[in-house]
Design a binder for this molecule. Structure first.
Ligand code: GCU
Length: 425
């Protein structure tokens, strides 16, 4: 079998959707979906210092190698993020009970600078009604906070991008994406859920970084990030860390038990956030694919060239150097997963999500495993990719769900089980 053409390409009404998802017909017909055509590659060494000497123990990793790997991702892939702002201006928007008294809800507005019109984000937080500090899942959403639930008290996301029909629909219909957010189930299992519209931090289109949080950090005369400075994924991840800053001040949240989770482009973001900010206790990537959990060197499904072309704003400018030249990358995505070690990490794929390269996602996890072992934690407990719907547990979780690119109740149940294992005493 040579290049496979997705059947979707033939039906015209899908085209706007596919374009939004970065799946133009050229992209999919040129993509490789043939294992036999995956190029031979060697992964960059995780357990050697940049000067080539071998890493001998956990201290070598903790004190030096981890920093080297992180710096490589900053310089070549996601770009450096700025420090947190000197202070966060936090205003409670509202608080109340939700889901027929089964939960409490709090909404806060967090501004990143003194000016009234400085960049800001709104956090929607649901917690179980019992008093105390709760473990929380933190996840960005694609379509504004009201899109995750029909709860009428959720305030509109004022910065919702309205340039596409799906965003307009999200604005009209509360709970437009509720099927991806089993909130009551999460609460019943004893966890809170916090979410932020990703567009509050940076709208998801290429406008030369004039909107979102980037301009707040420009030096005098600077008009866009430097080649090794953050793109949109960096801005999103930075915002997740600012949510953690707030959690540290919020008595109803146990900020030492926060799981960061994301789907797709927001899964790439969850991984980058979990890698950079060691305060995240647990990191979950759902169908994150290229630039997320999948090994770039396999060039299976979406490639570095394709992602840089269709989403030029997601990564730092330096990442363009590797379009069509993955072997020149000084890192691969197994190293990103290793940055999460020894904290638990979960990678999930879906059988029909070939664009995200499920095998590449599994292999990245497998090749990150030696770092977990070095740090005294059980690594990946299987050698071969498991069958569909047979989750792998341990500090490194994995599953391949039957079905398409999506975040389903079944995925969430696995994440809740994983959190029970690692976040509950
Ligand atoms: C596109 C893109 C992926 C991304 C996905 C999403 O398909 O090519 O890299 O993960 O959109 O975020 O939905």
């Amino acid at each position: 079998m040579s290049c496979t053409v997705l059947p979707l390409e033939t039906s015209r009404w899908w085209r706007p959707l596919m374009l939004w998802a970065g799946l133009s017909s050229t992209a999919t017909s040129q993509a490789n979906y043939d294992e036999a055509k995956v190029p031979a590659f060697e992964l960059p060494e995780l357990l050697r210092f940049a000067d080539g000497t071998a890493i001998e123990d956990a201290d070598d990793w903790r004190t030096k190698r981890r920093g080297e790997v992180l710096a490589l991702f900053e310089e070549h892939v996601y770009g450096r993020m700025p420090e947190p702002p000197p202070s966060l201006r936090i205003r409670e928007i509202e608080a109340g009970s939700a889901f027929d008294g089964a939960a409490t809800r709090k909404q806060v507005h967090i501004r990143f600078a003194r000016d009234e019109d400085a960049p800001s984000m709104d956090i929607l937080l649901y917690l179980p009604k019992e008093p105390g500090a709760h473990p929380v899942f933190l996840a960005l959403n694609f379509y504004g906070n009201p899109s995750i639930t029909s709860d009428p008290a959720v305030v509109a996301s004022p910065q919702l991008t309205l340039d596409r029909p799906r965003f307009k629909r999200a604005q009209r219909e509360r709970g437009f994406r509720a099927h991806r957010w089993p909130i009551e189930r999460i609460l019943a299992r004893g966890y809170g859920l916090a979410t932020i519209y990703c567009g509050d931090l940076d709208p998801d289109f290429d406008d030369g970084f004039q909107n979102g949080v980037h301009p707040l950090f420009y030096e005098d005369g600077q008009t866009k990030p430097k080649p090794d400075e953050w793109g949109t994924i960096g801005a999103w991840a930075w915002g997740l860390s600012r949510a953690l800053d707030w959690f540290a001040l919020e008595p109803t949240v146990d900020h030492e038990r926060v799981a960061v989770l994301g789907h797709s482009r927001l899964g790439k973001t969850a991984l980058w956030a979990g890698a950079c900010d060691e305060r995240f206790a647990l990191t979950i990537s759902n169908n994150s694919g290229c630039g997320g959990a999948a090994l770039s060197r396999r060039a299976f499904g979406e490639t570095v060239a394709r992602i840089n072309k269709v989403f030029p704003h997601w990564f730092c400018d330096n990442f363009n150097r590797y379009s069509g030249d993955e072997t020149a990358l000084p890192v691969d995505q197994h190293m990103l997963l290793a940055l999460v070690a020894p904290r638990p990490v979960y990678v999930a794929s879906a059988t029909k999500d070939r664009w995200a390269d499920p095998r590449g996602e599994f292999l990245a996890l497998k090749h990150a495993s030696p770092v977990y072992e070095l740090l005294g934690v059980e690594g990946l407990t299987v050698q071969a990719m498991p069958n569909a719907d047979e989750p792998v547990t341990g500090a490194m979780g994995y599953h391949l769900r039957t079905g398409k690119h999506d975040l389903t109740d079944w995925d969430w149940e696995r994440y809740l089980d994983f959190a029970d294992r690692h976040l509950v005493d």
